[in-house]
Ligand binder design. Structure first.
Ligand SMILES: [Zn+2]
Length: 445
């Protein structure tokens, strides 16, 4: 089905253009940009943001673990997360993922890299049912999914997996490859070695080789790295190297690698990541939520490094808010303003930067509103945060003062999935999520 979408202002990789119709082919890709005469579908079209790091099941936990227990850290939160995850079955995951992805779309994300590690049923049964629940949820909701099955083998540096990690664990790379085979062809796949904590360095190259043999040499790899100071210290004690050093020593870092968090990466490590063309995925609201710390994003940017964003724990799905906190984190860190801005202002370089890097992180053609890219876009209202501003400053006004409430319509592959800020199936999705959450969190039947 041919489709045409017209806007008064369109943010392209080359800057803002005016009075443009986007022609969308039957495969959902943009085939042409031509002058428009109206009627218009909206005032301002922005490319949808690829969410480069999500754990959809954690949407269940937003608001839990906020009563002080004496020692509240990432590690105590993780224990609470394990307890909740232990009860999630395929039916509940399907309901949680639909809620999460519907909110993601309304919050400005049009594709998502799902870092999926809830593999086995609560009773330990093997099979692709939980991955299938995520795939089906994304299909129903209309977000574009890249599934990143997670390889998880050990419970810490040189330590066996703990019982509460049993649902995440594959004993061998071969066993993990069977899971990949069972979902291959259903959605685009990448692979995520969970972290250096969970995958011994001698196993990493084996995993990469086997995955590339099965899925091809362009397969994206994602890994949590240097999120916590305790993780960096434990890695040093076990291997005499930091996680980034150990990773770079174990595999050939290149443009297919995506390092999630890199919170405690040193200046030299960030320069190395940039020089190898790997991408860093920052998850600003989650890193604040978990008390991780702040990555030195300015150094990464000065080194020319690619930076994508992720919604991670999914406590709130709002890409605009994530971008604001990406900048604000650097302001708080440096006690100075306009840290990630350039001559274009703040909003345009931030937005186009994370769209471009996010597309690469997902291995998808969603790098902006241009010919050949998928027509994933947001129509932004101009009577909210943008009101009264010159169009040249709209993106700045959106990042500083806006939120997902400013997103009017959302299109994936040229098809509208959110209208007036509301997902097309929001009522049913909310009802199912509410039922699943009450069952899991409050024990209701
Ligand atoms: Zn994560």
């Amino acid at each position: 089905m041919q489709n045409a979408l017209s806007f008064r202002h369109v943010l392209t990789p080359d800057g803002m253009v005016h009075d443009v119709t986007l022609e969308v082919g039957p495969d959902g890709r943009i085939t042409a940009l031509r002058p428009a005469v109206g009627p218009f579908h909206g005032e301002l079209a922005l490319p949808g943001i690829p969410d480069a790091h999500s754990h959809c099941f954690q949407r269940l936990l937003a608001g839990h673990g906020e009563v002080p227990s004496g020692s509240d850290s990432f590690w105590s939160w993780r224990e609470a997360m394990y307890r909740a995850a232990a009860r999630i079955d395929a039916e509940a995951l399907h309901a949680i993922a639909r809620q999460c992805y519907a909110e993601a779309l309304a919050g400005g994300y049009t594709s998502v890299a799902e870092f999926h590690y809830l593999h086995h049923a609560p009773d330990g049964a093997r099979g692709p049912e939980l991955a299938a629940a995520v795939i089906e949820a994304a299909r129903e909701v209309g977000i574009h999914l890249v599934l990143l099955p997670v390889y998880y083998q050990t419970g810490g540096f040189g330590q066996p997996a703990r019982p509460e990690q049993a649902r995440f664990v594959h004993a061998t790379v071969d066993e993990f490859l069977r899971l990949l085979e069972s979902v291959q062809g259903r959605v685009p796949l990448g692979v995520a070695p969970h972290s250096l904590r969970a995958v011994p360095p001698e196993i990493l190259p084996v995993l990469v080789r086997e995955v590339r043999a099965l899925l091809g040499s362009a397969t994206p790899f994602h890994i949590h790295v240097a999120e916590q100071v305790a993780e960096v210290e434990a890695c040093r004690a076990a291997h005499g190297a930091t996680p980034v050093e150990l990773l770079a020593r174990s595999v050939e870092l290149d443009a297919h690698w995506n390092l999630v968090h890199a919170t405690h990466a040193s200046e030299a490590e960030l320069a190395l990541i940039a020089a190898r063309d790997a991408t860093v995925v920052i998850c600003p609201s989650t890193e604040a939520y978990l008390g991780d710390g702040l990555c030195d994003v300015e150094t990464l940017q000065r080194a020319g490094g690619a930076l994508a964003i992720g919604s991670d724990a999914n406590t709130r799905l709002d890409a605009i808010e994530e971008l604001r906190w990406l900048e604000y984190g650097q302001r708080l860190r440096s006690r100075q303003r306009a840290r990630l801005a350039d001559g274009r202002g703040l909003g345009e370089p931030l937005w186009t930067g994370v769209v471009d890097a996010g597309a690469r992180a997902l291995g998808e053609k969603v790098g902006g509103l241009a010919i050949g890219q998928r027509a994933d876009l947001l129509s932004v209202r101009t009577d909210g945060a943008l009101l009264g501003h010159d169009p040249a400053r709209w993106l700045d006004a959106l990042i500083i003062g806006g939120s997902r409430a400013d997103i009017e319509d959302v299109y994936v592959a040229g098809q509208r999935v959110v209208s007036g800020g509301v997902h097309r199936d929001a009522t049913r999705i909310r009802a199912d999520f509410g039922r699943a959450a009450r069952r899991l969190l409050r024990g209701e039947a």
